[in-house]
Design a protein around this ligand. Structure first.
Ligand code: CA
Length: 227
């Protein structure tokens, strides 16, 4: 993958550069928000490692702008603050995931590998899925209902991809965490619910009465119906 590191702390940025390059990825580095946004526009970036506290701007704003300008790029936030609020704001701004500093090399590489795995499975997805009046283009991360087109994040596309391919059965939150986030554990099931709530706002005719991503009480979620 082509990975862009936006981190102003020199020692951390250089450490990440060595680590990720050694894992076989191409790496660009920026130490400011402005330089990072410029680089993302120039190179075919697959994944951004984004520090939340940058000298020339808030990482949350950078996240929103990246998501708006490059919906196909995966965003992994690096947060030092340990604040639940920042993580929620970042996820709402379109980040795919976060790691809290200080993080271990293995943890970070596992998160990157999970994103790489999702990127690799993408081509097997049908180009377009039509469901309940919505057209979902999971390769291009787009949802369209009538004249209204909405960008999906790579994670949102991956959720739809997984539910669609498992459409004969319901899928638990733990399974989504493992398959889509690449992590395990009950602690982050709230993240699954929050991400699905945002996704429903984008694709459902009435998010309060979802027809595409159904809630299955006591189990998790299920694809609404066959196309
Ligand atoms: Ca920083």
């Amino acid at each position: 993958m082509q990975i862009l590191i936006i981190e102003d702390e020199d020692s951390l940025r250089e450490g990440l550069l060595d680590l990720i390059r050694a894992a076989g990825h191409e790496v660009d580095c920026a130490s400011t928000a402005a330089a990072g946004l410029d680089l993302a526009a120039v190179n075919a970036t697959d994944l951004v490692l984004l520090d939340l506290m940058l000298p020339d701007g808030d990482g949350i704003d950078v996240c929103s702008r990246l998501r708006e300008q490059h919906p196909q790029i995966a965003i992994l936030m690096l947060t030092a603050r340990g604040s639940e609020n920042d993580k929620v704001k970042g996820l709402n701004a379109g980040a795919d995931d976060y790691v809290t500093k200080p993080f271990g090399a293995r943890e970070l590489l596992a998160r990157i590998e999970a994103i790489a795995r999702r990127t690799r499975i993408r081509p097997t997805t049908p180009t377009r899925i039509e469901i309940d009046g919505s057209q979902l283009d999971l390769n291009r991360h787009l949802a369209q209902r009538g004249e209204t087109q909405t960008h999906l994040t790579p994670r949102e596309s991956a959720i739809l991809h997984w539910l669609y391919h498992q459409r004969q059965r319901a899928v638990s939150r733990a399974e989504l965490l493992e398959q889509v986030w690449g992590t395990r554990g009950d602690l982050k099931t709230r993240t699954v619910d929050m991400t699905i709530a945002n996704l429903r706002q984008k694709i459902e005719l009435d998010p309060a009465d979802p027809q595409i991503i159904k809630t299955v009480t006591g189990v998790g979620y299920a694809w609404g119906q066959s196309e």
